[in-house]
Design a protein. Structure first.
Length: 296
């Protein structure tokens, strides 16, 4: 797989969209048995265990000059968002969670401009804004309201800001480290905390729910695919493209979330299709680098 080639960049992009677009329904299933913090902790700890062989291989890459960046990617880019999303999904639908996740590229752009001095084409800004309009259109079409739908939506907004910080940190502060190493070493710092939490948390409600094993199964799938494989692919993708292009995977996530909703009996309208088209055009513009030479 050569991520210097456009075709592989788009294959990975679509694969990530499918994996992360399905993660919200998996979180929802996990919440049938476990609390929001338990779901997040299991996701992190299982991923940590999966990463251990890779962590051992790359452990000597932890240096004084990169440890802060790895901590940022671990806690701000993975641990805290995992808790925020599961907390939000105790009150909002999984499809809406996927839709709100589309705010990530916007915050990636703003964080990059403000703190990382990233160079952005005007056409990229147009693509981000167009994609954001499409995402908002999907949310409004599905729920008739955006942030007023439920105050718990603010947790996802905060998580998308953190994703934006993490994406830029990887792109600009860890250029010499592979995406796989970044993923493994960042989980090395957060995994033990999740494990300690799981040792002392109360599982009585989960056991009595009758969904303990199925719920744990859904969370395991979420951890292996949504964190272990997907985080490695994402980190590698943004190192070969841009933080904004990588974060734009969150524009496709709502489409997958809606598809899961259709499977679950939710309606699909022509308006959904129209807003999806707007999002796809936005992603195309985000990935353009040569149409406009003027840079901010």
């Amino acid at each position: 797989m050569d991520l210097n080639k456009k075709i592989w960049q788009w294959i990975v992009f679509l694969g990530l969209s499918l994996i992360w677009g399905s993660s919200f329904i998996l979180m929802k299933k996990g919440l049938d048995a476990f609390t929001s913090n338990q779901v997040a902790a299991f996701r992190i700890f299982i991923s940590y265990l999966a990463f251990l062989p890779i962590t051992i291989k790359h452990f000597n890459k932890i240096k004084k000059e990169n440890i802060i960046s790895l901590l940022i990617v671990g806690f701000i880019g993975n641990a805290i968002p995992a808790m925020l999303f599961t907390k939000a999904q105790t009150r909002i639908d999984s499809s809406l969670a996927g839709m709100l996740n589309s705010l990530t590229p916007m915050f990636t752009l703003f964080v990059g401009l403000l703190f990382y001095k990233s160079r952005i084409l005007l056409i990229n800004i147009a693509g981000v804004l167009l994609g954001l309009i499409g995402a908002i259109g999907l949310v409004n079409n599905g729920q008739n309201i955006l942030f007023g739908y439920n105050s718990y939506a603010i947790f996802i907004v905060i998580a998308t800001i953190f994703y934006g910080i993490s994406a830029n940190e990887i792109k600009f502060k860890l250029p010499g480290m592979s995406g796989i190493a970044i993923a493994a070493l960042s989980f090395f710092f957060i995994g033990p905390f999740a494990g300690i939490y799981l040792l002392f948390t109360d599982y009585s409600c989960a056991i009595n729910s009758g969904f303990f094993l199925p719920g744990l199964g859904y969370i395991s799938i979420l951890a292996i695919f949504g964190s272990f494989f997907a985080v490695m692919l994402f980190n590698t993708l943004i190192k070969h493209t841009s933080a904004i292009f990588g974060a734009s995977v969150t524009y496709i996530i709502p489409l997958i979330a809606i598809m899961w909703g259709v499977v679950d009996g939710e309606p699909f309208t022509i308006n959904n299709l129209l807003w999806m088209t707007v999002i796809l055009v936005g992603i195309y513009l985000v990935n353009k680098r040569k149409l406009i030479r003027a840079r901010l």
